[in-house]
Design a protein around this ligand. Structure first.
Ligand code: NAD
Length: 425
């Protein structure tokens, strides 16, 4: 019987399914595996009642979807946002399966969250909501079953509340049930810089493959937050010239090279932690979109999704794009880049330092033994290099773009696991 292709009215899920079906067809995946991998293993819906500060009771909808546990415990974030729904969680959980598979770490994919605007809640309401949610999904999460992490509007405090709730329910400390915890609560040194370190490693690997000395490379980094700043810093340390940076306040271009350390020091001192007012000899201030269109060898978008699109892809003056942000290139933009011969290192390879870093936190939690930052970084870089090589080699061998190659490599690992393991439970 032919595969019953699923569709969805949810754009994210529909796109995830179509991408999967087309990749599965290209790699000749058996119908049975296509049927299995196009569905989540488990989707949990819970109601989350909270007694509000004014004495009323509100009930929020919470979700946790485990797309696959073939390669290990489900792994993926929890987001608190009014738009969270089951289909979105399903789509994002499947993307986590492929991301973890590509990263070569022993995890499957999961995602979850609560449909809520957390900024409408008081700190007490927010804590009670998080703890009740944790208690209701408690039978399904754990260090060897499903390990949530921060995502949109969640962070260290939420992870600590979840860890504490699960620990109290089980009568023992459960630090490995979530990652993204503060260092004082079983978090890990090195995690803050991990994603940026991974992105910069991909840039340097790309330069190596192209025979370009980092000293001859000019780079523009969009976004000067966690990912963008560390990416720019590590590239500068490797000898690259960072000719452009940007943040919410616009673009900062300097053909002589920006002093990333001085720019960061400025941000640290600014009350809103932004680049506004930053200056140095030769610096030109420009519009945030214009910076993307300046001359450089490598453009690394590390801020928002959809910033490279049908409007600007034809105007970019870079040769290579290394995606630090999630989904910075729209499919329409991707097509134009392809026609123009601009090589793209895709997000789920380039920014996987984040989830590899989470894996390191979990490993340390399970062992109860913590690494130095140097140990953490010295383990991250070789994994990133190895993953880059696998995707690069596959793309060369099969004459496909790196984005396609990354997806095919990722699906293959899970499919191989399923063939070996079978479908029992
Ligand atoms: P962040 O909030 O620390 O930084 C975001 C930066 O983007 C800020 O400097 C902000 O000013 C800037 N920005 C916002 N709007 C902008 C605009 N219009 N033009 C230019 N800059 C703009 O966020 P982050 O953690 O660095 O995440 C950035 C991206 O990387 C997101 O897509 C995120 O999903 C992805 N990502 C992050 C991690 C991680 O570990 N932090 C891991 C994987 C992927």
């Amino acid at each position: 019987m032919a595969v019953q292709k699923r569709t969805s009215t949810n754009v994210l899920l529909h796109t995830a399914l179509q991408n999967f079906y087309s990749a599965a067809e290209e790699m000749g995946l058996e119908d049975g595996l296509v049927e299995v991998l196009s569905r989540p293993e488990r989707a949990i819906c819970v109601s989350v009642p909270v007694k509000m500060d004014d004495g009323s009771v509100r009930v929020f909808n919470g979700y946790r979807v485990q797309h696959s546990t073939v390669c290990g415990p489900a792994k993926g974030g929890l987001r608190f946002h009014p738009d969270v729904n089951l289909e979105e969680c399903e789509a994002l959980a499947s993307l986590m399966t492929w991301k973890c598979s590509l990263a070569g770490i022993p995890y499957g994919g999961g995602k979850g969250g609560i449909a809520v605007d957390p900024f409408e809640l008081s700190p007490r309401e927010r804590e009670m909501m998080t703890r009740t949610f944790a208690a209701r999904i408690a039978p399904f999460i754990g260090d060897w079953t499903d390990v949530p992490a921060p995502d949109v509007n969640t962070g260290g405090p939420e992870m600590v509340w979840i860890m504490d709730t699960i620990s109290k329910l089980r009568g023992k400390l459960e630090p490995g049930v979530v990652t993204g915890k503060p260092i004082t609560y079983w978090g890990s040194k090195g995690r803050t810089a991990a994603t940026g370190l991974g992105v910069s490693t991909c840039v340097l690997e790309l330069l190596k493959r192209k025979g370009i000395d980092p000293k001859d490379a000019t780079v523009i980094v969009q976004g000067f937050g966690n990912v963008g700043h560390y990416n720019a810093l590590f590239l500068q340390q490797a000898g690259c010239k960072i000719v452009g940076i940007s943040d919410i306040t616009g673009g900062y271009y300097n053909p002589k090279g920006i002093d990333v350390v001085a720019a960061k020091a400025h941000v640290e001192k600014h009350p809103k932690r932004i680049l506004e007012g930053y200056d140095e000899p030769g610096l030109q201030k420009m519009d945030g979109n214009a910076i993307l269109e300046q001359e450089c060898l490598v453009l690394s978008p590390c801020a928002l999704e959809g910033v490279i699109n049908e409007k600007n892809a034809g105007k970019l003056k870079c040769k290579y794009i290394v995606e630090g942000a999630n989904g910075p290139t729209k499919p329409e933009g991707d097509k134009i880049l392809d026609e123009r011969g601009i090589l793209v290192v895709p997000d789920f390879l380039a920014n996987s330092g984040g989830v590899i870093g989470s894996y390191f936190e979990w490993v340390q939690d399970l062992a109860g033994f913590f690494w130095t930052e140097e140990e953490y970084n010295s383990r991250l870089v070789p994994i990133m290099k190895d993953n880059f090589k696998r995707v690069w080699d596959y793309a060369e061998e099969h004459n496909v773009k790196m984005r396609r190659a990354a997806f095919l490599v990722a699906i293959k690992r899970v499919a191989d696991g399923l063939r070996t393991k079978g479908f029992f439970l």
